[in-house]
Design a protein around this ligand. Structure first.
Ligand code: GDP
Length: 456
């Protein structure tokens, strides 16, 4: 397998559709196109301009396989930077397979996962973080994750890193130059300016690192555990939030034996609700397993909804949750408002601060609950032009880069020799370069692109 090969893949999902797109990329793309395509106007694709579309037929020997549209993109002005053809054929799995087989017989290789985007990266059409954003964009399932991916794909994230890296590279060169003149005790790199740059880089790195907490939850959804005694209405609440009957609702205590998870989007932010098996002491083995899972799910949650259904709720459980998870937000919510008297409501309000009242069954208070949930997420960064890191590989590289920058700073403070300083700077440059792809290894590329879908 070589990156020089001309590759082909179905770019749209397999299965039946109105149209399907088959994509070919590589130096022979247009030549191969001319072997299988006859334009209705009779002109060869090889003579067509870039960025043009042509109606014609896919021909296998004398047999017409389909009437299609072929888009021609000549390298380097294409997605991959190579010659690219996109064949829009009719979306029957039979036609897709016939056309693909024909193209493979003409000498194309079947593309591996993410190979079109890998080519784009290798040909300098985008940097690594932009290429990764393509995968995120395809996978995005909420307005927030979509926005983060789009911003990253446009290069917002990597341009910031790249310009810092260049500044640091300049200093690295100056400090390395000093090594050549080590006998003469000269300083080409102005230490004061260098210190200032290091502080600036640290600040930017820290901000990006901090943004990951938000970026990560926005990408994967904010996990919210719904906890409470059996029968308080956890499943009903989940259904009300999801607006459909996904969890089983019944009035026999302990019905929700396993955990159920589902996501809803509130104002563009995904929340992953985890209905739990309720916590009560039990001898039932199956239920016991469910309860253990409940605790492990609570561990993963960012927010905990403590649901109860009246004045005789389990105070001990609420207090235990607060003690056990001091860093998690716990939302006390009283369900079955329809059954409560004014006095009961008053007493509960007196006892629990910021308690919300709902009726999961009637849908009362669900809007307020959704607003409250959204309000708990600090989405301030979403509205501005702030860069949000959502990729754990980037997060990792940023942490390592920051660590190296701190080392350089400490080295400067105790005035270590330029050669040691240069080593630490190179390390920091390496980790920054890992993000944008200025520094890559085959393993890293393999890892990233194998997670793509075929045809992208
Ligand atoms: P879970 O065990 O906590 O998941 O509780 P369920 O969701 O299965 O609900 C237990 C029972 O309470 C069911 O019969 C529901 O119909 C009922 N229920 C749930 N929410 C409400 C509500 O807001 N008002 C009233 N009156 N009943 C409710």
């Amino acid at each position: 397998m070589s990156y020089e090969d001309t590759i082909v893949a179905l770019a749209t999902p397999s299965g039946t559709g109105a149209i399907s797109i088959i994509r070919i990329s590589g130096k022979d793309a247009i030549v191969i196109g001319d072997q299988i395509f006859k334009s209705v106007r009779g002109k060869k694709l090889g003579l067509q301009k870039s960025h043009t579309i042509h109606l014609g037929h896919i021909i296998d020997g004398k047999k017409v396989l389909d009437e299609v549209l072929v888009s021609v993109f000549r390298g380097p002005n294409s997605y991959t930077g190579e010659n690219v053809l996109e064949i829009s054929c009719h979306g029957s799995p039979y036609i897709q397979q016939q056309v693909l087989q024909l193209i493979l017989r003409k000498g194309c290789r079947a593309a591996s996962a993410g190979e079109f985007t890998l080519k784009a990266f290798l040909n300098g059409k985008m940097d690594l973080s932009q290429a990764e954003a393509v995968a995120d964009l395809i996978a995005s399932d909420s307005a927030a994750s979509h926005e983060i991916a789009l911003n990253q794909m446009r290069g917002g994230f990597s341009s910031e890193i790249e310009s810092l890296r260049e500044e640091l590279l300049n200093f690295a060169s100056l400090i390395e130059l000093e090594l050549d003149f080590s006998q003469e005790d000269v300083e080409f790199a102005n230490r004061e300016q260098f210190n200032e740059l290091l502080s600036r880089i640290s600040a930017v790195l820290k901000k990006l690192i901090d943004s990951f907490a938000l970026g990560n939850v926005l990408k994967h959804g904010i996990p919210v555990a719904i906890v409470g005694q059996p029968n308080v209405g956890k499943s009903t609440l989940l259904n009300a939030l999801l607006n459909e009957d996904r969890a089983i609702v019944s009035s026999i205590a302990g019905t929700t034996r396993d955990t159920v998870e589902d996501s809803i989007s509130i104002q563009g932010v995904n929340f992953r609700f985890i209905d739990t098996a309720g916590i009560r002491s039990t001898r039932d083995e199956v239920e016991q397993i469910g309860i253990e899972r409940t605790f492990s799910k609570i561990e993963q949650a960012k927010l905990i909804i403590f649901l109860f259904d009246g004045p005789d709720f389990d105070r001990e459980q609420l207090n235990n949750l607060k003690d056990q998870y001091p860093n998690k937000r716990i939302l006390p919510i009283c369900n079955k408002l329809d059954r409560l008297t004014k006095k009961q409501i008053h007493d509960i309000e007196e006892e629990i601060q910021n308690v919300l009242f709902i009726s999961a069954k009637n849908g009362t208070g669900i809007d307020t609950l959704q607003e409250t949930l959204f309000g708990l997420v600090d989405t301030g960064a979403l509205s501005g032009d702030e860069t949000i890191v959502s990729n754990s590989r980037h997060y990792d590289a940023l942490l390592k880069a920051l660590e190296e920058i701190q080392k350089v700073k400490e080295g400067m403070d105790i005035e270590i020799s330029s050669d040691l300083l240069a080593i630490d700077i190179r390390q920091a440059l390496f980790h920054l370069g890992e993000i944008t792809g200025s520094v890559t290894t085959d393993d890293l590329l393999g890892n990233i692109f194998s997670n793509f879908c075929i045809g992208k």
